[in-house]
Design a protein around this ligand. Sequence first.
Ligand SMILES: N[C@@H](CC(=O)c1ccccc1NC=O)C(=O)O
Length: 293
Amino acid sequence: MGRWQDMDLEELEEQYSPSRWSRRMDSESVIQAHIDVTTAGTQKAQAAAHTLLHVPYGDGEGEKLDIYFPVDSSETFPVFVYIHGGYWQCLSKDASGFSAPALLSQGVAVVALGYDIAPKGHMDAMVLQVRRSLAFLVKQYHRIRGIYLCGHSAGAHLAAMVLSTDWTEFGVVPDIRGAVLVSGVYDLEPLLHTYVNDALNMSLEVAQRNSPILCVTQAVPVAASCEVLVAVAQHDSPEFRRQSQEYSQALRSAGWSVSLLDLASVDHFDIIEKLSEETYVLTQVILNMIARS
Ligand SMILES: N[C@@H](CC(=O)c1ccccc1NC=O)C(=O)O
């Protein structure tokens, strides 16, 4: 595979269309199945768990989050914060609670973040929203014992941007002990030339200042205690796989503690859907990460 700069537009669009790389279903079906499975999984989780839904973390309509409490929530508990994907233009927190059953049973709370997707939301605003939602959480809930961030696809991009946050203006430094970045995009520039940018309407400047690979911060002692897991699917496109490799390397070079997880036999969608299963390798890796720190 050549450099993205040398690809023609058709090839670039193919590389940045995750659904075309699934071996399970055709493009349209795999996206529909993803929406169906994550929505149904979230409804099931909400029916079974003690929850606080639609908690506002700001004044905006889309600035809401859902909290799923673990079975025994009398003490402090670790919190798994999930940021959904959908190329910053689809999906919502209402399809973001499917991992809760597997985590709640192990004493981990789950928070599903909402943010304003495009065309209402702009890239700068989405990044600010997820940062503010974390500041809100730690100010509001004192029973949090460590935050474990997780994002899928576009959500992994937003989670990665959280890692490069200068918290001074937020009045609080969240205790982020782990980050699980699943099938993400860390350099937005190639997207400028694809259909993905039709709704986002990013300029080169916006794409660059919101590209995690261009704003990797030197790991400070507090960040060194934060473990980063960059996960990518065997059936992600070569460009998605390259982005994960390059971003994990960039973080490592800056002193972060990073593991690159190349997950076999999954694609861009079931790599995250399977977090509903307790025995799935990524679920186990996340639970181990939380248990260790
Ligand atoms: N049009 C895209 C859709 C897509 O990328 C997507 C759909 C649902 C959830 C996550 C996605 N990818 C990244 O955020 C595709 O071809 O797969």
